[in-house]
Design a binder for this molecule. Structure first.
Ligand code: NDP
Length: 311
């Protein structure tokens, strides 16, 4: 019997994904049909990456076996009450590598004080050497696929890295912390703080006036996670007071970030337009195809989302 896969996204993304996804699905040996439009009654799997509205009515797909997200963050679909089929998020090694490069690059920018040299070509010879990585502590909130990969990369450069997660864990080279006391400790040693948590009810506003006060004075915040992790007014106040020296933000509550948002004009803020990392079509297609194969073979799907936890 033919397995029908609906690609629910934008025409641009369809053009990008159709060749690699067709190739990866063909390699599974399944008899499949992959299309942008299919009769709802025949859809078995949905590859999910909507470009606009996210309030889809999944009850129109009576045969639906799973929704396979192209994104790592699934907050826009997880609370959809019409979705009862399993939901898998994206774990793609291309996406992970991209995040490692973005985080490492921005950590090194601040660690080495690159701005002073890039912006300060003023004829003044001021030879102040930056400290070594071993003297700059980095904390990563969120020690999942992305946080762990970033932590490992930074530890391999010599940074003392702490990571915080919901469950206790052990990762070689990283001081792993969990729970409320773990969070306090993680914050207190964050010369550079990296937010790589998902957007869930438990993580919203995690960086607020109270937690910001637990950071060392003059720390740097990098947020490639989600905009909802930060209470924006508290961050702006901490930047103004000097409690936080700089914030590099890639994710925002409203995207695109409105042109009049105070983050754009703030001298201690760098805005990047949600480009920290992207799902890569070739590698992600292999993950999607493997999950369709598993679904058809009755095997457990990879990267299933826990609805109760929200990630
Ligand atoms: P994972 O699900 O693999 O990891 C999430 C981590 O957060 C886990 O360590 C988890 O703990 C921890 N966590 C979740 N809830 C809590 C909590 N309440 N308290 C403490 N820790 C918690 O996700 P990924 O690493 O793949 O991705 C992380 C986020 O990065 C995504 O959700 C997405 O929002 C963002 N992202 C941003 C991109 C960008 O371009 N800006 C690109 C891709 C992703 P535990 O290990 O115990 O479960």
């Amino acid at each position: 019997m033919t397995t029908n896969i609906l690609f629910l996204s934008t025409p641009k993304r369809w053009a990008e994904y159709e060749p690699p996804l067709t190739h990866a699905l063909a390699a599974t040996g399944l008899d499949f049909r992959l299309a942008e439009e299919l009769p709802a009654a025949e859809v078995d799997y949905i590859v999910y990456a909507p470009g606009g509205a996210t309030d889809h009515d999944f009850t129109q797909f009576p045969r639906l076996k799973a929704v396979l997200s192209l994104w790592a963050g699934i907050e826009t679909v997880i609370e959809n009450p019409t979705l009862t089929a399993p939901l898998a998020r994206m774990v793609d090694h291309g996406l992970t590598q991209g995040m490692v490069e973005w985080v490492t690059g921005h950590v090194l920018r601040h660690h080495l004080g690159m701005d002073a040299h890039i912006l300060g070509q003023n004829g003044i010879w001021e030879p102040i050497a930056p400290p070594l990585a071993r003297d700059r502590r980095v904390t990563i909130l969120g020690l999942g696929t992305l946080g762990t990969a970033c932590g490992r990369a930074l530890a391999s450069l010599g940074f003392p890295v702490s990571g915080w997660s919901r469950n206790p864990k052990t990762v070689e080279g990283i001081t792993c912390l969990s729970g409320p006391d773990g969070l306090k400790q993680a914050l207190s040693t964050a010369d550079i703080l990296v937010l790589l948590l998902p957007d869930t009810p438990a993580t919203r506003d995690l960086l607020n006036a109270q937690t910001i006060a637990q950071l060392p004075q003059g720390s740097v915040v990098l947020n490639p996670g989600r905009g909802t992790l930060i209470e924006d007014a508290a961050l702006l106040a901490a930047l103004d007071s000097g409690q936080i020296a700089h914030a590099t933000l890639d994710a925002f509550r409203i995207e695109p970030l409105p042109a009049d948002d105070p983050y754009w004009a703030h001298p201690k803020v760098t805005v990047t337009p949600h480009i920290a990392s992207e799902t890569r079509a070739t590698t992600a297609s292999e993950v999607i195809a493997e999950n369709v194969r598993r679904g058809e073979a009755g095997e457990p799907l990879l990267h299933l989302v826990d609805r109760a936890l929200g990630y």
